[in-house]
Design a binder for this molecule. Structure first.
Ligand code: SAH
Ligand code: DHB
Ligand code: MG
Length: 224
């Protein structure tokens, strides 16, 4: 039997379970047209985020790193009627492209795009004592991942699911001497996940249409 590649199998899964409609396809096209990098999650990863949202009944979601809004659209589509997403993006141009894509998807009333550095906006949100988030998706720049995770914990309640993209980086995390700041950032994060007693965490390797990588999934423990 012919061995299928990860790519072909990713397509097999997405054809079955995560087909993109024209809104999602146009969102991906808009990235090239506007000069944005092709760093969006894959269709299957978008569906995975939706499954996690449904599992925790997510009504309030926080995202770090909006890019063109592709993952935001997947997330927003899994919200209940009165649900809401706050998505944080440092680049105003990315934010504009995203807002247009989110508008085309008819989701503007569910998505609040905050433009600014996540490291500036997160402490502000914590000070404002917002209601806690049900799910948090961290997908911004990689060097400050541990800081993002610690802020995310402060915006969480027991049961909140925190998901972090790109924590395996084609296996470069195995290199203890890596000088790559992105790799070092996710190595610190993965280590933190291993010794934080307030969470239960794992990492899923991701293969397919994107490069070999991984998503960390952490659930905030019940306190008893
Ligand atoms: N979640 C998106 C992809 C995000 S790519 C999707 O799957 O569709 C990473 C994004 O994080 C880029 O748009 C980048 O501009 C943004 N980013 C980088 N540094 C940031 C920071 N300090 N604060 C907020 N966003 C940042
Ligand atoms: C990069 C960032 C991402 O969020 C991603 O999914 C893939 C690559 C990057 O900065 O290299
Ligand atoms: Mg990513």
């Amino acid at each position: 039997m012919k061995t299928n590649s990860f790519l072909e199998i990713d397509h097999y899964i997405s054809d079955l379970l995560a087909p993109e409609d024209h809104i999602l396809k146009d969102t991906i096209k808009s990235l090239d047209a506007a000069g944005l990098p092709q760093h969006s999650v894959s269709a299957n990863q978008g569906k995975f985020l939706q499954v996690m949202m449904m599992a925790c009944n997510a009504k309030k979601v926080l995202e770090l790193g909006t890019l063109g809004g592709y993952s935001t659209i997947w997330l927003a589509r899994a919200l209940p009627i009165d649900g809401k997403i706050i998505t944080i993006e440092v680049d105003a141009h990315h934010g504009k492209v995203a807002q247009q894509n989110i508008k085309n998807a008819g989701l503007s009333d569910k998505v609040e795009t905050k433009i600014g550095k996540a490291l500036d906006l997160l402490p502000q949100m914590i000070k404002e004592k917002n209601e806690k988030f049900d799910m948090i998706f961290i997908d911004a720049d990689k060097p400050p991942y541990t800081e993002y995770f610690k802020y995310a914990l402060q915006l969480s309640r027991p049961g909140t699911i925190i998901i972090l993209d790109n924590v395996i980086r084609e296996g470069k995390v195995l290199d203890d001497n890596s000088q790559d700041e992105k790799v070092q950032g996710v190595q610190r994060l993965n280590k933190l996940l291993s010794n934080n007693e307030n969470i239960t965490a794992t990492i899923l390797q991701t293969v397919g249409v994107k490069e070999h990588d991984g998503m960390a999934i952490a659930v905030v423990n019940q306190t008893n």
